[in-house]
Design a protein around this ligand. Structure first.
Ligand code: CDP
Ligand code: CDP
Length: 306
């Protein structure tokens, strides 16, 4: 009985928070999909093209995981302790124009950079560490943790909308304000009424190769920086990166956990547009989405002949 009441109370808490999430926005784009399918880069480019705010919900789960690791919290035993810590934490996601040349696989599109601050500390790199990759799906499977993350999502939606270029009005072209959010349950749970839902997918091998490429590019940049500084310090030599096969196994394990968990599993929303980008260029996938959004905003498409 008590248990049922607690469940109903927590369901209505979820419901009312979702209502508030939905209340203020004008146009919402939800992008979901498996690991390394291109959600975050695509969402950032789409938000920039349309002047909307951007929220990377995965980085909040990654911050939660970092808190668990830093505080030695055993997620199987003490998920409630972690939820309490998340409730006290602040997460800020800052988007700024890219300062480096676009990566070769991104064509001409310069994708904005994202900085993630946990309690005002820049943790952008740390939340991508292998230890976080290994634990994050377990952390994200807990209901009390998902509720704590939802509070942060709500705060971020409010600030993202206020920095959306078109905030509070339509821009000169008629594009309304709003947000693009990417994750696993955005179209199914967080924004069930989103104006546009995208499910981004790609073959398991394409996704593993992209992650591997990304890591190698970062390693090359780190090496070049070290060489420019004239550093010969062997301690600062970059770590060896895992093989494509190892990355593929890690992605597969995380996808399996995300699809098979009880709360807000990764699913294709029934009204989502599925885009398999295995053989698409980055520009093709971004412009397909911006044109779909423009169409639903009542505007003419810009890149109709892709
Ligand atoms: O970038 P990548 O696809 O590797 O992952 P991410 O978007 O940073 O998300 C990391 C993890 O957070 C996912 O594997 C999920 O376990 C969890 N997550 C979630 O459960 N719900 C979301 N809306 C976003 C992420
Ligand atoms: O957020 P998620 O983990 O789904 O993927 P991501 O980190 O945005 O993208 C993984 C990599 O795929 C990035 O290096 C993208 O540049 C690359 N990529 C893509 O997103 N789409 C293509 N058509 C080709 C490459």
């Amino acid at each position: 009985m008590l248990f049922n009441r607690a469940r109903i109370a927590s369901r209505s808490l979820f419901g009312s928070l979702r209502h508030q999430l939905l209340a203020r926005r004008d146009f919402t784009i939800a992008i979901d999909g498996p690991a390394a399918s291109g959600k975050s880069s695509t969402a950032r480019a789409v938000a920039q093209e349309l002047g909307l705010g951007y929220i990377d919900s995965g980085s909040i789960y990654r911050c939660a995981t970092l808190l668990a690791l830093r505080n030695n919290i055993d997620i199987n035993e003490s998920a409630g302790d972690l939820a309490a810590l998340i409730n006290k934490a602040t997460v800020d996601i800052r988007v700024r124009p890219s300062t480096s040349r676009p990566a070769p696989n991104l064509g001409r599109l310069a994708v904005p950079e994202v900085q993630v601050l946990l309690d005002n500390e820049d943790v952008s790199k740390e939340i991508r560490a292998p230890e976080v990759n290994q634990l994050v799906a377990k952390v994200a499977s807990d209901r009390s943790i998902r509720e704590a993350v939802l509070h942060i999502q709500r705060q971020l939606v409010e600030s993202a909308e206020s920095i959306s270029t078109n905030a509070l009005s339509k821009n000169a072209e008629g594009v309304p304000g709003g947000v693009v959010m990417d994750g696993r349950d955005i179209g199914t749970t967080i924004f069930p009424n989103a104006e546009l839902k995208i499910y981004l997918d790609a073959s398991a091998m394409a996704r593993a190769i992209r992650r591997w490429d990304e890591m190698n590019n970062q390693m090359k940049e780190a090496n070049a920086l070290q060489a420019a500084k004239g550093s010969s310090d062997s301690d600062s030599a970059p770590a060896a990166y895992p093989s494509v096969e190892k990355i593929a196994r890690e992605l597969e394990a995380r996808d399996y956990a995300d699809i098979n968990r009880e709360h807000s599993p990764l699913r294709i929303a029934k009204d989502a547009v599925v885009i398999d980008n295995t053989n698409l260029t980055f520009e093709q996938q971004v412009y397909t989405i911006t044109d779909l959004a423009r169409e639903r905003m009542g505007l003419a498409p810009k890149h109709g002949d892709l």
